[in-house]
Every structure is written in C-alpha cells, then in structure tokens.
Design a protein around this ligand. Structure first.
Ligand SMILES: Cc1cc2nc3c(=O)[nH]c(=O)nc-3n(C[C@H](O)[C@H](O)[C@H](O)COP(=O)(O)OP(=O)(O)OC[C@H]3O[C@@H](n4cnc5c(N)ncnc54)[C@H](O)[C@@H]3O)c2cc1C
Length: 407
C-alpha cells in the first residue's frame, strides 16, 4: 500500500526529501507557507568536500554547477576602502556556491514531478493515533497522513505542535543578520568586500549577476523576541545598529529603506533531545539549525537522503528509521554546531584589537604555504565520510522522477 507523507516546508530540506521519497513510491505532499517559490535573493549557500557526492547522486550537481556564483576571494577593507586582508573563496564559497534562490528552484524542479506542492498554506493543528496523523491547514480540508516531517526551518510550526514552544529549543548566538540586494555600484566581479567595526560586519558580494550585489549585515545583539513579520520594524533595528558605522554603510542603509525584500533573523541554533515524536520527525534547520559556517544546506540535504534511506531500509517501521536517522545525523550536526558557535567571534570581533588580530591571522592562513591547512579547515565539518548506500531509486543510476509517483 502506498504510504503518504506530509512535508511542512518547501525550502531546501523539504524538496530534497520530497524527491527521494517521491521517487521511492511515497505519496508526498509539501505544504509551503510562502505563496510561491522564492527565487529572488542573492544570498549564497555553498557545498564542499563529501557533499558533492550527494549532489551527484541526486542528479543536481550539473544544474548547480551551471548556476554557480563562481565567487572569488573576499577582500577585507578599512573605512577608506584600502585592502587589509583576504578571506580565500574556500572559506565562504566552498567548492561550489549557488544563490539560495537558484538552489531552491533546482530542488523544486527535481522533485515537482514526484510530489504535490501546496504553496501559500500551512499546518494549523496535528493529532496522532496508532495508524496515522490528522492534520488541519489554514486553507482547505483536514487530511490524514502516515508520516509528517517538519522541514519548516528555524521557526518550525511542526516542532511547536509536536514538541513545544520555540523558546525551549532556540539558543541565540548573540548575533542578528540582515540580507538584501542592492544594485552593484561597487564594481564587484565575482568577489566581495568585508568591512568590520566592533560588533558589526558588513559584506557586499556579487557573483553570477554582475548587475546585483548581495548585502549581509551582521551585528552582535541580545535581541528580545521581535515580530518577524514586521519588515519596517526590522529595518529600523538594523538602521539603529549601523547608524554610526563608516565606509559605505550609510549608502547601504539608504538602500535598505527601499529594499522590497529583507531577510532578517537572529543567528540561532536549535538543540533538541530528540527529533521525532511518534509519526512526526524534524529535518534540517527545524531539527538542528547550526548557525553560520555550519553547513546548514549540506546537512539539510544529507539529512533528507539519510531519512529517506533509513525509511526504505526499515520496511515500514518508521520509528526504527527515525532512530537510525538521528543516530547518523547527530554527530555531524553536533560538530557543526560547535564550529558555528565560534563563528560570531570570527565574523564580528568585539574590539578593534580583535579585528586586527583576525585580519593578521588570515593574512598568514591565506598565504601560499598554508593553503593545504586552510582547505582542511574549511571542509572539516562537511566531510562526514563516504555516502551510505540505500535502496533508493536514484541512488544508483538515473532516476525517473519526471513521472508522478503512484498514488
Ligand atoms: C544569511 C544566511 C546565510 C547562510 N549561508 C549559508 C551558507 O553559505 N552555506 C550553508 O550551507 N548554509 C547557509 N545558511 C543556512 C541555510 O540557509 C539553512 O541551513 C538551510 O536553508 C536549511 O534548509 P531548511 O530547508 O531546513 O530550512 P529553510 O531553507 O529555512 O526552509 C524552510 C522553509 O519552510 C517554510 N516555512 C516556514 N514556516 C512554515 C510553516 N509554518 N508551514 C510551511 N512552511 C513553512 C519557509 O518559508 C521555508 O521555505 C545560511 C543561512 C542564512 C540565514
């Protein structure tokens, strides 16, 4: 009998899982809160080391390479624009880097034939019994599923419904981040500029589309809970924290006022004792959000592959599959969370002296003699060992997900 699965969240983890389960014959429904696929936004995500084998196995490496940013080094500058140091491309851009919007489109395209997507909707309630889970939605009739997966990110609704309020699991790293696009008036060509003042980080990059530049503003803060739907309020918070910052910050803040889209959030980790409860399981940022430099995208996709693979091996025993998936994914994400916890100190040093020390360290690390060590450092949380083999359609040879899975 065909088993049905509801995936909440159509970001990175959700479509990846939809692909693997849909190709394996599950009846997959993905419910995504956003009204459509968000392909805008130049914020880049990257893959490195062992993660490339997974992209190959999923059949998306070629598409990802075709859309890669081709980002080069990032130049650290002072307030007058003078070069102080360089962050090699391996640090921020890994082996292949792609804008998050482009990746989301590729994963959606790869999975759309194998899953039913419902945009502009979200779960409002969920109850479980021995044989299934009853789910209610903001729009449309209630439905029953065999399994429910929360792939709905840092502020997961599935996690809240199945495990409890976010504040119990969210650990803020003392930073907030804002991301938006501006016209590339910086003359950047596959590269970026980084400017720091104590507790503040400004990065402007331009890759594939030389007309646009992605701005990332990061700052140390102990933000109380803010309204994550109040974009004007968020713009005010950013403007307050960067009001006295030099270099091009005033021009960027002026551009922020009119920016049609803003990504804004605290930089946080999710730490949960268990990722499953009965028929419900969490995946990606909803389960283990790692934070900056924590390979969040690669782990979300590896987690999707591992979860689908363990479900295939367990032959219907979802609880055994969930346990094994958690055993396998805990070690790499725990390691990444440890690494990411220190990233704030690195990106936004608290004093001028620490900024100078960091830049000096990078001058040494990025020297030719240290390239090997640098490459190892940059890949160490991505290299999780060789990919496990699972009896998944598509794990060997071509996958026919162009046709809908049997329902
Ligand atoms: C500024 C920034 C830069 C980053 N840079 C990198 C990087 O360079 N490399 C890297 O590997 N990772 C990076 N990451 C992390 C990476 O983006 C995430 O780890 C990754 O996207 C996790 O995928 P996910 O599918 O679990 O969550 P998300 O990508 O957050 O997707 C969750 C989806 O769920 C949807 N959703 C939310 N609530 C609901 C609901 N109630 N119902 C239905 N749908 C819902 C959202 O709209 C979204 O589409 C970065 C993150 C940020 C914020």
């Amino acid at each position: 009998m065909t088993r049905s699965v509801l995936i909440s969240g159509g970001g990175i983890a959700g479509p990846s899982l939809a692909y693997w389960l849909g190709a394996s014959g599950y009846a997959v429904t993905v419910v995504e809160r956003a009204p459509g696929l968000r392909t805008s936004g130049a914020a880049p995500v990257d893959f490195r080391g062992d993660q490339l084998a997974l992209l190959e196995r999923m059949g998306v490496l070629g598409d990802i390479r075709a859309s890669q940013t081709g980002m080069g080094d990032q130049t650290v500058i002072d307030a007058s624009g003078r070069r102080l140091s360089t962050f090699p491309s391996a640090l921020f851009s890994g082996d292949v880097e792609i804008e998050r919007g482009d990746l989301a489109r590729i994963l959606y395209d790869r999975s759309a034939g194998a899953a039913e997507y419902a945009f502009g909707n979200h779960i409002t309630g969920m109850t479980q019994d021995e044989d299934g889970a009853n789910v209610t939605f903001a729009h449309g009739a209630p439905r029953r599923f065999d399994l429910v997966v929360g792939a709905d990110g840092l502020h997961s609704a599935v996690r809240r419904l199945a495990f409890g309020g976010e504040s119990r699991f969210r650990h803020d790293l003392g930073l907030a981040v804002a991301g938006f696009d501006v016209p590339n008036t910086f003359g950047l060509d596959h590269g970026g500029l980084i400017y720091n003042e104590p507790g503040r980080f400004v990065m402007v990059t331009s890759g594939r589309d030389r007309a646009r530049a992605a701005v990332c503003l990061m700052f140390t803060t102990s933000l109380p809970d803010y309204d994550w739907r109040d974009i004007d309020g968020q713009k005010r918070i950013v403007a307050e924290h960067f009001a006295d910052v030099g270099w091009q910050a005033p021009a960027l803040l002026a551009a922020l006022r009119d920016a049609p889209e803003l990504y804004f959030d605290t930089i946080s980790q999710i730490r949960l004792g268990r990722w499953s409860a009965g028929r419900v399981v969490l995946l990606g940022d909803a389960a283990w959000c790692t934070g900056p430099g924590g390979n969040g995208t690669g782990h979300a996709m590896l987690g999707a592959y591992t979860l689908a693979g363990e479900l295939a091996l367990a032959g219907g025993d979802h609880e055994a599959a969930y346990r094994r998936y958690e055993q396998l994914m805990r070690p790499p994400v725990t390691k990444s969370q440890k690494t990411a916890a220190g990233a704030g100190r690195f990106l936004t040093p608290a004093t001028e002296r620490r900024i100078r020390n960091r830049n000096r360290t990078f001058r040494i690390l990025s020297s030719r003699a240290m390239t090997g060590l640098f490459g190892w450092l940059a890949k160490r949380t991505a290299n999780t060992g060789s990919l496990r083999d699972y009896p998944l359609h598509g794990s060997r040879g071509p996958v026919a997900v162009g046709q809908p899975s049997p329902r």
